[in-house]
Ligand binder design. Sequence first.
Ligand code: NAP
Length: 248
Amino acid sequence: MRIAVAGGTGTVGRYVVDAAETAGHEARVLSRARGVDVLTGVGLEQALEGVEAVIDVTNTTTLSAAKATRFFESATAMLLAAERRAGVGHHVTLSIVGIDTIHASYYAGKLAQERAVAAGTVPFTIARAGQFHEFAGQLLTGMAGPVALVPKMLTRPVAAREVGAHLVRVAERGAVGRARDLVGPRDEVLVDLARRQLAFEGSRRRVLGLRLPGAYGRGLASGSLRGGPDALHGEVAFDEWLRSADHR
Ligand SMILES: NC(=O)c1ccc[n+]([C@@H]2O[C@H](COP(=O)([O-])OP(=O)(O)OC[C@H]3O[C@@H](n4cnc5c(N)ncnc54)[C@H](OP(=O)(O)O)[C@@H]3O)[C@@H](O)[C@H]2O)c1
């Protein structure tokens, strides 16, 4: 099967590409670094020739609800229009578990993306996953200085590699609307993950837990981002991931 991976150079995208190729598929990477822009459409038509499924794991880094919504709605509209013209039979979008009541900040954009996919005419599957084990590191890298401010957040993190393999299985099965959620093997507190990661790396940076205001902060602290009882569970726990080659 020929699968296009939008965002195939990103944190989870490169694992999607690995998993697709390991399963014997041809993976096409759509990213600006590879000459394809899902916002402007540059390079998209050519990249989708003969493609049967698109897995969208593009991303924008913002806490602004307006910016996140603009990015995810525009990228989805551009992708779906190009997929319709190319005859793509399945659009898979990666979203985030437990965001339904958090109509704020970045999650407002993810909810808008889910609505845009569901309103489109390309058969689709929305697959939600928990925060990646890589998430704490993404936050720490984005913040300079000896003290890192990390939001108070309950999570059930999962290895991005396991999410990548899951998304390829979802693409293979065909469009079902909504896949089962995927979360990690155990409950964690984001502040602890950040501290364990820094200790493992021998860093002397300190971590301060920060209760964020508003609906976003309440959502992070509520535990809803750990997913429900019906979720699939990844096998790799955070500390195992820390010691693995995937933690670079
Ligand atoms: N991080 C988490 O814990 C987590 C948990 C669950 C779900 N998710 C979801 O997983 C998805 C991927 O997240 P990530 O952390 O893997 O993202 P990431 O590491 O930031 O990678 C983003 C990817 O999107 C591509 N991209 C961005 N703008 C683009 C554009 N205009 N045209 C084409 N490609 C573009 C980037 O490539 P170029 O820069 O080369 O364009 C890159 O390949 C997101 O939708 C996120 O909501 C994340």
